[in-house]
Design a protein around this ligand. Sequence first.
Ligand code: ATP
Length: 704
Amino acid sequence: MSTKAIVIQPVEFFTNSQYTLKQSNDLSLDDFNEWMTFAVNTKKIAAVDKQLVRFFLRNIHSSLDNKSLITLSIFLCFISTKMTKGNVCVLLKESLLDLFDDGFYLLLPSNFQAVINGITTEHILRIMSQENLAIINANDADWLTIKETLQEIPPIIVVANRLYFQRMWQDEYTVASFFLKDNAQIPPDIAKVKSILNKDIFVNPKETPDRQKIASVIALRKPVSIISGGPGTGKTRTVAAILLAAIRLNADKKLRILLAAPTGKAAARLTESLLEARNSIMMSEEEKDKLALEALTLHRLLGASHLGDAFIHNKHHPLNGDILIVDEASMIDLRLMAKLIEAIPKNMKLILLGDRDQLSSVAPGRVLGELCSYGGLYFSEEMATALSEVLEEPIALFYDKQNVLNRHMADMIGFLTFSRRFPADSKIGQLARAMNNKAIGEIATLLNQNECQYSTTQQQFEHFEAPLRYINTNSTDEHTLIQVYHGLLKDCLLGFKAYIEEAKKHLEFIAEYSNSGPINDVISAFNKFRVLCAIHHGPYGTVALNQAIRVALYEAELIDSLKETHYFARPILITRNDKMLGLFNGDIGITLKEKETGLLKVYFKNPQGKIVSVSPSRLPEHETAFAMTVHKSQGSEFQHTLLVMPSEPNPVLTKELVYTGVTRASKQLTLYGTLPIIFHAVNHQTPRSSGLIEQINALTELYD
Ligand SMILES: Nc1ncnc2c1ncn2[C@@H]1O[C@H](COP(=O)(O)OP(=O)(O)OP(=O)(O)O)[C@@H](O)[C@H]1O
């Protein structure tokens, strides 16, 4: 590798342009529209927020006065911004001033701030109700009982203090009622379950009680179940056990088993892990063949059409199968969960797998996390009896009547807690657990003990091979900051070197994309190391780092182009679905040269393990992927993850984000950041408003 100096590129920072306040006491709706246009252009609100306000105002029929129209517009704009931030509903407060306290108020020019002064939320809701834009209900039960009689449902629904867009409420209702559906499936004989699970499947448990066995009994007995656990806690192994037990319980019929995950990468990992899991359980060759299953993306499973967001499989045309396993369920947003649920026939068993502590979906909802809040080590009397029968442990261990929060829900949730990937002495595991528990002192001790210093002789941070490295980026000294950036780029060079050398080694062999062996090797080499950032912008964001890594690779003569947009070994991250090409948001491809033509092609491995190639000019929206956001890394893991935190606090910094970033590392984690920023993140949880729990509770009361 060349020892030439690394050139650090200037970093672009987001600059705010100014909005000129119109000096008028007689504000009109046009003025608010003008402000919204400015706010969209300066990325203070999304274009969809503006469109939504205009859409609603078109449906106003009476002649509201100017002030009411402006106030209503501001309110609508506010609720739209909340929904675009991932909330399913808005939790209402008494006055608009209180309601807007999360920063929206400060976005507004002072003239508009003055307009909403003293206005109560009730006043706005009354206007919306009069205009037939909203229906107001005192509580969930009210709404559930009158829902059936309504001919036309207005676009906004208010239940107790929660305001929804109608579609969101409907999706939440679909999800809530699905999880409470009657058990139309007859649970298998518990004695048979016991003999099957205890024979070869679960031997020598690593913990007492054996939570993998508990989760298996739950999944075999309930039509819908959730298995949540951190990395390496045996979710896939438990699924293999459940499927094998189901096959043995149904020896007389051919079970139709479906596997799916939200992204292509997660689907490919599920296929691979399940194939691997078969080797850790004693089974016949015939049973092994039955478990050689291929996972699909959820979109493919449901049959995404080339037009619009409708699916081929829905309540009128449900899926065909007996058991459906969906992995990485924390990534499923409310909308997709509702669509999935609608496509599930009555006799199909659904098992959701995921890690409740990971980042939620980008779109509204935190479905898995919320559902998991019902789980624990307590069950209804019926389930507790079944469990103690199979586990041969006293019932008192599992059944404490006082603790049953909601027996319908608790009975379908199994938590796995023993991580085989991160045993007690694993530093990555210790850090992840400390972050999850918000154990600030423990985090500080772990990071301080593993802090690495810059070696001026080697011009890099020491101990590149260590399992946990912390590099403190906190400094006001320019020289130190430059050194940190140098060290960071040197780490990137060391991390990506093996991948680029692998790509170069095969340069002559990649004759065509059907020759998948070498391409697989290059993709695997790339997947061993990754830079993850919390954000896009700033010196420690993906944009600046991708640019700087490219320059560093060029300076080290690992890549030979600095000018062209597309270049040999450029990793590509797809950011927009292209159904025609079969490429989806989150897919990663590698730019290589086709030997025969000498042309660059981007090679992707699809969830079925096939290599597909696309000319760079035909790629849908994409970015460089040396550095990517933690959000985009969900469902993947890398041997060595280099996690880079920003130097300033940011609303995206949450406990779920750092936990997800840290747990993407399977063997080595290098963390660039500062303790105050890491503590700031750990102390913030993803703020998402939803009424899923309230709806489930209200429905439980109705059903009971
Ligand atoms: N009961 C068990 N007996 C033996 N090995 C097990 C058992 N449970 C899990 N393992 C092993 O532990 C490792 C992790 O298990 P698994 O892949 O099922 O975890 P996971 O929770 O699905 O991981 P991921 O976070 O990658 O999704 C695998 O090598 C698996 O074979």
